[in-house]
Design a protein around this ligand. Structure first.
Ligand code: AP5
Ligand code: MG
Length: 217
């Protein structure tokens, strides 16, 4: 099965991806995480991406398309994968469609669109803490780690993301509305869009997602 998690910054894609990977026995392909890894390695992709990410802008399509093309050709993606943060422009969506066709694969099965009001997105991002080791998200007020600055899952260090600063969050939200929101109509027209209310307890949102793709209990 090929899935894509779609929605604005802070809507819970990463949080739900961790649960879905276990439940559906699939792999999470988070383009944001891949870019942050490239920045840590300080390789040429990382150097280019940093300039855009630090400002809350999208990394150019050609770089992102190449990144995903290489990643989905790996053996762990043969029986399916779950995209988190890609496609983010209509050009990326079209390129994905083309690369799946060219490789003789079936197309995307479901695009799960997370619906969260903007005020809540800002709240979520302003208090987010992320594990440097396993990537699990926590929150200073609503999902407090058992021990300060320590991940409940792997005891990794919790940090704030550079792009969660209020001025960068504003740009990320505007970028989403301008460049990414049209991707929703693209998939709606193909009858692949599953809109999910992503407000409420994580477990409830998870159940709604499974229901939306016919994988509920
Ligand atoms: P990326 O890393 O993909 O960031 P994003 O899309 O902005 O989304 P986030 O990771 O910030 O949020 P999330 O939806 O994963 O929420 P989370 O689960 O953490 O991209 C970063 C940057 O990389 C982009 O700005 C761009 O520059 C570049 N980039 C990446 N992909 C690209 C592409 N394809 N093309 C071009 N550029 C690209 O949750 C957030 C918080 O909410 C946490 O604190 C969590 O605990 C809390 N929370 C989660 N669920 C709930 C709930 N149900 N109720 C209450 N709180 C909740
Ligand atoms: Mg994320």
């Amino acid at each position: 099965m090929i899935l894509a998690l779609f929605g604005p910054p802070g809507c819970g894609k990463g949080t739900q991806a961790k649960r879905l990977v276990d439940h559906l026995q699939t792999v999470q392909l988070s383009t944001g995480d891949m870019l942050r890894e490239a920045i840590k390695r300080n390789d040429s992709l990382g150097v280019k991406a940093k300039e855009f990410m630090s400002q809350g802008k999208l990394v150019p399509d050609d770089l992102m398309i190449d990144l995903i093309k290489t990643r989905i050709s790996k053996s762990d993606c043969t029986s399916g994968f779950m995209l988190d943060g890609f496609p983010r422009t209509v050009a990326q969506a079209k390129a994905l469609d083309q690369m799946l066709r060219n490789s003789g694969r079936s197309g995307i099965d479901h695009v799960i669109s997370f619906n969260v009001p903007t005020e809540e997105l800002v709240e979520r991002l302003s208090g987010r803490l992320v594990c440097q080791n396993c990537g699990t998200s926590f929150h200073e007020k609503t999902k407090i780690p058992r021990n300060p600055n320590t991940c409940d899952n792997c005891s990794g260090n919790l940090i704030k993301r550079d792009d969660d600063k209020p001025e960068v969050v504003r740009t990320r939200l505007n970028t989403f509305l301008r460049d990414t929101a049209p991707v929703e109509s693209f998939y709606k027209d193909l009858n692949l869009l599953r809109v999910v209310d992503a407000v409420g307890p994580e477990t409830k949102v998870f159940d709604r997602i499974l229901g939306s793709i016919g994988a509920g209990n």
